[in-house]
Design a protein around this ligand. Structure first.
Ligand code: 45D
Length: 319
């Protein structure tokens, strides 16, 4: 096959609509530290999004327990300073401990901190805090987004916090606890316009958290590109990524198009909805998958994209 990773990344780009998410995150990044913390508080509490507490998981909180305990023992000013250090990515011991957490452990940590703030155990946003114009503008931008995009912005803010060392201690490689499925995964998938067995098996494997089965569908140099990220190349790296970030997802692909090229390779674009165990049925994310399969039907490349709007579904027409 004559493909390169670069050419694969560009398949179906003419059907895509730019996502508003990067611009929203850029606006957020311009806020000062106190405004960032306040913005997140308002976005998180006032939008009424419901996290399924089961997803937080006792096992996951255990990974964050030591840091949580240290924060609980601090004075109120110390707690506020700790949160500022996280948000400004200061290089402090506690900010580094946070930086070693996996994505889902960071989310669980903040979930718990949020609960403690509500209970008054951890310093809340000061009651006399006045929203600055900057915070109002970012909040308004977030309110324009659909719920799936909103939780992506929140997640990005949480992931970007803390200080990340170039070399993490080996203890940071703690096993990811299982993610309890809040909803049973769809078992029978019919994707309008798609009969390709590789792609259908990919969806079924992820819906079963069967990452070995998913990996077996890739070429040895195959790559997976998550939303707004660089491609992850090779089965080992993909496996590690999936164990850490693809657990408990419900993939509900709905329709797609498939094109077979003269050399027998195939490109497919499929759109649908994905649910994260953090929010279960409460939030559906509009997602697109762009696959490039080699002539033997193995996945050379798949990009997972956040769809800018349902409008993008209409661009899915055989050309
Ligand atoms: O600062 O096919 C407070 C792949 C105080 C795999 C707070 C995939 C102030 C292959 C408010 C408490 C994985 C790529 C903070 C598919 C403060 C594949 C707390 C895609 C921070 C489909 C804030 C998967 C909190 C996708 C607690 C797209 C915020 C998955 C919590 C997407 C936010 C998952 C949470 C997403 C956000 C999950 C829990 C977007 C979770 C988002």
């Amino acid at each position: 096959m004559t493909y390169t990773l670069e050419s694969a990344q560009n398949i179906f780009t003419d059907t895509q609509i730019p996502s508003p998410i990067p611009a929203t995150i850029a606006l957020f990044d311009q806020l000062n530290v106190d405004d960032k913390l306040a913005l997140l508080w308002y976005a998180y509490t006032e939008m009424g999004r419901t996290i399924t507490p089961a997803a937080v998981g006792a096992a996951r909180l255990q990974l964050a327990e030591s840091l949580l305990n240290q924060v609980k023992q601090m004075s109120s000013t110390g707690q506020t300073q700790f949160m500022r250090d996280l948000a400004s990515r200061a290089n402090t011991p506690l900010s580094r401990s946070y930086g070693f957490f996996s994505v889902n452990t960071k989310l669980a940590f903040w979930y718990e901190l949020g609960e403690l703030m509500k209970q008054g155990v951890v310093a809340p946003i000061p009651p006399d805090y006045q929203m600055t114009p900057g915070v109002k503008a970012v909040l308004a931008a977030i309110q324009q987004l659909d719920p799936g995009e909103q939780i992506t912005v929140l997640r990005t803010a949480v992931v970007d916090m803390g200080f990340e060392d170039a070399v993490a201690p080996s203890s940071a490689e703690a096993d990811e606890p299982m993610f309890p499925r809040t909803e049973p995964a769809p078992t029978k998938l019919t994707v309008e316009g798609i009969t390709d067995s590789t792609v259908l098996n990919y969806f079924a494997a992820l819906n079963a958290d069967d990452f070995e089965a998913a990996l077996a569908l890739f070429t040895p140099d195959g790559a997976l590109q998550p939303p707004f990220q660089k491609p992850i190349v090779g089965p080992e790296a993909i496996a590690k990524y999936m164990r850490s970030e693809a657990q408990g997802l419900n993939l509900m692909p709905q329709q797609g198009i498939a094109e077979t090229l003269p050399d027998g390779s195939k490109q497919l674009k499929i759109t649908g909805v994905v649910q994260t165990p953090w929010f279960g049925v409460n939030v559906g994310m509009n997602i697109g998958w762009r696959f490039l399969l080699n002539p033997q039907g193995k996945i050379f490349f798949v990009a997972i994209d956040m769809l800018a709007s349902p409008q993008e579904l209409l661009n899915l027409r055989p050309r």
